[in-house]
Design a protein around this ligand. Sequence first.
Ligand code: NI
Length: 179
Amino acid sequence: MVRPIIQMGNPLLRAPAQPIEAGDDTSINELITDLFDTAAATKGVGIAAPQIGVSLQVIVIASGPNARYPDAPVCDPFAVINPVIQWMSGETEKDWEGCLSIPEIRGLVTRSKRIKVLGRISPAKEPVILEYEGFAARIFQHEMDHLQGKLFIDRVESTLDLVTEQEYAIIRAAKDSSS
Ligand code: NI
């Protein structure tokens, strides 16, 4: 079921999410289905449970090119339960991000290029180490921030790195024509 997405200003987006206890599978599967449906309906490349008002440690990665992210790499949507960052590269890169909970704004955010995450990929029972780089590593870091009550606007180096969607479209068009 597609769920409404709460937006910046709602205190639930600023609260740390709770870990999922073993054995809760039926309600968690329903939550994950709702996150898949909501990400697809809103063209999100990722979504975290707090964004639909559920303060639990579940994120969904649903990367694929769409109107909001034309260059996103394709992967089958998957959910990660209780993800914990094990390692982040000191090497970083700065790139554009948006957020379904902050409509009409994009920001340039510095993130680690590569990360290792310990998490349980639903429906598996045991956590595994996941390694990501580039855009996928960025999505992970963004979604895991949601589990700590952090938003991408907290991570911009300067407010000059925040732009509206309209100006972002102009920046992108200029970049595409020069590359
Ligand atoms: Ni977000």
